[in-house]
Design a protein around this ligand. Structure first.
Ligand SMILES: NC(=O)c1ccc[n+]([C@@H]2O[C@H](COP(=O)([O-])OP(=O)(O)OC[C@H]3O[C@@H](n4cnc5c(N)ncnc54)[C@H](O)[C@@H]3O)[C@@H](O)[C@H]2O)c1
Length: 424
């Protein structure tokens, strides 16, 4: 039975380690964060993901999953550390470099080294392989080195880890085969072998495709506000065409994937990627667009009170990385003209730099309630409570997710701001 070492126990590494442990492998999870290591050894999780607490408890109790600050000798090393961007949008691959260096003392000929972190094109060949070569190995013969990008959806990670098609890009065909076999043993989805750089680019293009298409929808929302058109009606009708699928506009694009990965391509081929770069700019402009609409909605009030609902980068998760909602909340809080109270049922106070409120507290006396995230809790509000608490029952829904029945509410939506034009 194989021993697997998973480096980085976050949203990807911990579910991956747990799934291999459930399949009967001896798994050592490694993290630089002592808190993550300690809680895992107690059978507890530090992230929110459906069914993960039960699975972790089970595999830790059986002794199949353990955690440590240091790696150990293993047959397979899976690296799933962060790959954020620097302030200038260049890729930060330092964590991948550090994690690779960290396994060198434990590496032996014949081991498989897989990077699951999302990485810029050529990182496996130009960064990971040379680090392993410096330790005295022939990276093309002694060690099987591959990139296997992750494409799981938060909230469905444990299902998708098993069912999704996996792309396994080896720096040699043998490496792709060996790494592919690691996944074939536990997953039911297809495993497709390719070259490392093709796997790197395919992951980046998946997210870039989505980012560019969301930018198109956001541009449509802005055009619709200018022309007095309902973008949602436009999208619904256009999508009746059998080969058209216009995405949904929103308050911006967040998370560490869609809002980050396109920059990895731009950095490596700047002149050839103007469409990708412009899409990033359009999506980055959406928080300001939201702020502009909030200003228009409250311009006639002295000290307007605004209730902000939602901080995560998408619905029903607890992840605030690169979240446009955080950017919007911080801009609103910095505006002394406004009295702002913020509510997110999925977020703890230690994740943000400002106080959080219950929905009732946030709505109390509010002139405007702004929905920034499509959490299930915001799809069907307690309308009677809002009518009782709010000073004026006005909602600005930037996700087009809220169903409001009572006609006493006025509801504005991104993409449908034509009535707002009358306020100007
Ligand atoms: N979360 C997702 O839905 C998702 C989806 C697809 C791809 N990815 C990619 O997977 C990678 C990991 O993402 P994540 O969301 O799991 O990140 P995360 O921040 O949740 O977890 C990363 C973990 O790695 C640890 N770490 C950092 N450096 C380390 C080192 N040298 N040794 C050991 N541990 C180290 C951190 O302490 C942290 O616990 C990223 O490249 C990300 O882009 C994530």
């Amino acid at each position: 039975m194989k021993k697997i070492c998973v480096i980085g126990l976050g949203y990807i590494g911990l579910p991956t380690a747990s799934v291999f442990a459930r399949a009967g492998y001896d798994v050592l999870g490694v993290d630089v964060n002592q808190k993550v290591v300690d809680s895992l050894n107690e059978g507890k999780v530090t992230i929110e993901e459906v069914d993960l607490p039960e699975l972790v408890q089970e595999v830790v109790a059986k002794g199949k999953l353990k955690a440590s600050l240091q790696p150990e000798k293993s047959d397979v090393f899976i690296i799933s550390v962060p790959t954020p961007i620097h302030a200038d949008h260049s890729a930060n691959v330092d964590y991948v470099a550090e994690a690779t260096k960290g396994i060198l003392p434990y590496l032996e000929k014949g081991n498989v080294v897989i990077v699951e972190s999302t990485i810029p094109p050529r990182t496996m060949d130009d960064l990971v392989a040379p680090i392993i070569e410096e330790a005295g190995f022939d990276p093309y013969k002694d060690i099987y080195i591959a990139h296997c990008p992750e494409r799981v959806l938060p909230g469905r990670i444990l299902i998708e880890l098993i069912e999704n098609t996996r792309i396994v890009g080896g720096i040699t065909p043998e490496a792709a085969k060996k790494a592919g076999d690691v996944y074939r043993a536990v997953i039911t989805g297809d495993v497709i072998e390719t070259e490392a750089v093709t796997a790197e680019m395919s992951k980046l293009m998946e997210n870039t495709f989505r980012d560019v298409n969301i930018a198109l929808a956001n541009e449509l929302a802005k055009i619709s506000a200018r022309l007095g058109v309902n973008a949602h009606d436009v999208i619904e009708l256009a999508n009746k065409h059998p080969r058209v699928n216009i995405h949904l506009p929103g308050p911006g694009v967040g998370g560490h994937c869609l809002a980050v990965d396109p920059y990895f391509i731009i950095e490596k081929a700047r002149e050839e990627s103007p469409l990708i770069a412009e899409s990033r700019r359009i999506n980055n402009s959406m928080p300001h667009f939201v702020i502009e609409q909030i200003k228009r909605l409250t311009c006639e009030l002295d000290k307007p009170s605004v209730a902000v609902c939602g901080l995560t980068y998408k619905g029903n998760i607890d992840d605030v990385r690169e979240s446009p909602a955080i950017e919007i909340a911080e801009m609103l809080l910095a505006d002394e003209r406004l009295d702002v109270r913020i509510h997110d049922p999925h977020i703890h106070e230690d994740q943000v730099n400002f106080p959080l409120h219950s929905l009732e507290e946030a709505a109390n006396g509010a002139n405007l309630l702004v929905v920034l995230v499509d959490h299930n809790e915001f799809k069907q509000f307690d309308e009677a409570m809002l009518l009782e608490k709010m000073a004026t029952p006005v909602i600005f829904d930037t996700r087009n997710c809220t169903k409001i029945e009572d006609e006493r509410f006025t509801v504005y939506r991104i993409g449908d701001l034509k009535h707002l034009q009358a306020i100007q």
